[in-house]
Design a protein around this ligand. Structure first.
Ligand SMILES: [Zn+2]
Ligand SMILES: [Zn+2]
Ligand SMILES: [Zn+2]
Length: 167
């Protein structure tokens, strides 16, 4: 079983492009929005973008500590709150973890496909699903605070691994 490859995306792509795009977009949007991407916020965003996998707050703290000895859980949570507010990061409720967002629009709807094998999260806009859902929600007279749909399963790349059962 060849599953000890360095943990980047199992899909073949040049991940350094994802990282530099995400960080560049965040810097640019913070400038436009008049908010500060402080060094800590920047660092946390970079750590989250180490891969497309969902990462837990304590894992971020462990990684931040060698870089910033004074880092505390509150340091991480404050940075995460900011990054989520700006739409740079999404919380994956079912894993209690966080993943970088590619679209970086302020608070937006998302369909998250979560691989239980590699914990990679693929975000898809799914506009038709979302508008059908909105109609249903409006009919109920319900006020939505956040709209995120999380789907659990096995991603396309993992499905090709011989050792992975499609269960
Ligand atoms: Zn990537
Ligand atoms: Zn997003
Ligand atoms: Zn996977």
């Amino acid at each position: 079983m060849t599953h000890s490859a360095p943990s980047q995306s199992s899909k073949e792509h040049n991940h350094s492009v994802c990282v530099s795009t995400a960080l560049g977009t965040a810097e640019q949007l913070c400038g436009q929005r008049g908010v500060q991407l402080t060094p800590i916020r920047h660092q946390v965003l970079e750590l989250i973008w180490a891969s497309h996998k969902a990462v837990k707050a304590y894992e971020l703290l462990d990684q931040l500590k060698p870089l910033l000895q004074a880092a505390k859980p509150a340091t991480i949570y404050r940075a995460l709150d900011f990054l989520m507010e700006q739409g740079f990061v999404h919380r994956v409720e079912s894993l209690n973890a966080f993943v970088g967002c590619r679209c970086s629009a302020l608070q937006h709807e998302q369909l998250l496909l979560i691989c239980k094998h590699c914990h990679e999260v693929e975000e898809r806009p799914a506009p038709e699903v979302m508008s059908t859902l909105s109609a249903e929600i409006n009919q109920a007279g319900f006020m939505v605070h956040s709209k995120s749909i999380e789907i659990q399963g096995v991603c396309a790349a993992c499905r090709q691994l011989p050792a992975v059962q499609n269960t």
